[in-house]
Design a protein around this ligand. Structure first.
Ligand SMILES: [Fe+2]
Length: 307
């Protein structure tokens, strides 16, 4: 009994309109749902992001899925790990329950079947590869190419205690450590076959929200999507490059509140029966293989201390 996937995340933000513009430019499709703004992927995840009004930008909650048949057992597992079960937010009417992690982040658990995405990912990879065999056609995509992420891949949160978060997400939620770099950062996946990470934790003096990452259909879409955002006046985060841990191509752009949204392509996938060995990577060989130098503010925690 484990959570099987990351379903989404919710932020409170001081300006819903700024959020709507940013995520629309990023390629998601906004819709109003009562007093909140929900972002969908045009051809993929239903509502991975929701924004509700608040005095500052903060993580409101994270949503994970559990198989309906495992819901009760997962709840018992979480309680046995000593965590506090709480009521889910009213906006999450399908949720079974919620729990506070050791940093007081609200984790919402929703019963649903695990989404299958590998076939579609392979289709996209095959299309990329086929394109390289062209003879007599032009390879450069059109200038009006539309970049629309098709799924949420992962989120990264700050924490004052990386080991404590690894312990909670492993023991209470049944996730697995994929890789880490000392006490600085750790990457966890879900059991049962998963991207290399669906959640990661980076060391800070306080909890915070760092970034969310969305999958696009190719290398061009990572680069072109970010170039479009910069052209529209959004601030660069970091990229274009290739990560070492997780292996994905990446480009991060700053959202209106100094957190980051990432486009990714070609992340490692770890099958349930894979002989995967989690490594403890040296800090200077963990972040990227190539790309621009890491900006000084890339791992800065812009979240205010909890009141
Ligand atoms: Fe990422």
């Amino acid at each position: 009994m484990t959570v099987h996937s990351l379903l989404g995340y919710a932020l409170t933000v001081p300006d819903l309109e700024a959020g709507r513009r940013f995520y629309r430019d990023f390629g998601l499709v906004p819709r109003v749902d009562r007093d909140r703004l929900v972002m969908g992927c045009a051809a993929g995840d239903a509502d991975p992001v929701s924004l509700t009004p608040g005095s500052g930008r903060r993580l409101h909650y994270v949503r994970f899925g559990v198989a309906p048949s495992e819901q009760a057992a997962l709840r018992r597992r979480i309680e046995a790990a000593g965590a506090r079960i709480v009521d889910p937010p009213q906006s999450e009417s399908n949720a079974a329950f919620a729990v506070r992690d050791p940093d007081d982040n609200l984790i919402v658990v929703t019963p649903c079947e695990k989404a299958k995405f590998l076939d579609r990912r392979r289709e996209m990879a095959d299309r990329e590869a086929a394109h390289l065999h062209r003879t007599g056609g032009r390879g450069c995509p059109p200038r009006d190419m539309i970049v629309q992420p098709w799924r949420l891949g992962h989120i990264l949160l700050f924490t004052p205690d990386v080991d404590r978060q690894i312990a909670f997400y492993s023991h209470a939620l049944g996730m697995r450590l994929s890789d880490r770099s000392g006490e600085i950062i750790a990457f966890l996946r879900t059991a049962g076959g998963s991207d290399h990470h669906v959640v990661a934790f980076a060391k800070s003096d306080r909890p915070g929200y760092h970034h969310a990452s969305f999958e696009v259909g190719g290398v061009d879409q990572v680069g072109f999507g970010a170039a479009n955002l910069l052209h529209k006046g959004w601030k660069n985060g970091w990229g274009f490059g290739r990560h070492v841990i997780g292996s994905n191509y990446f480009h991060y752009v700053r959202d209106p509140w100094n957190s980051l949204a990432e486009y990714f392509f070609d992340i490692d996938y770890i099958a349930d029966d894979a002989q995967w060995q989690a490594r403890d990577w040296p800090a200077d060989d963990s972040l990227y293989l190539w790309g621009p130098d890491v900006p000084a503010d890339f791992v800065q925690n812009f979240d205010a201390p909890a009141r």
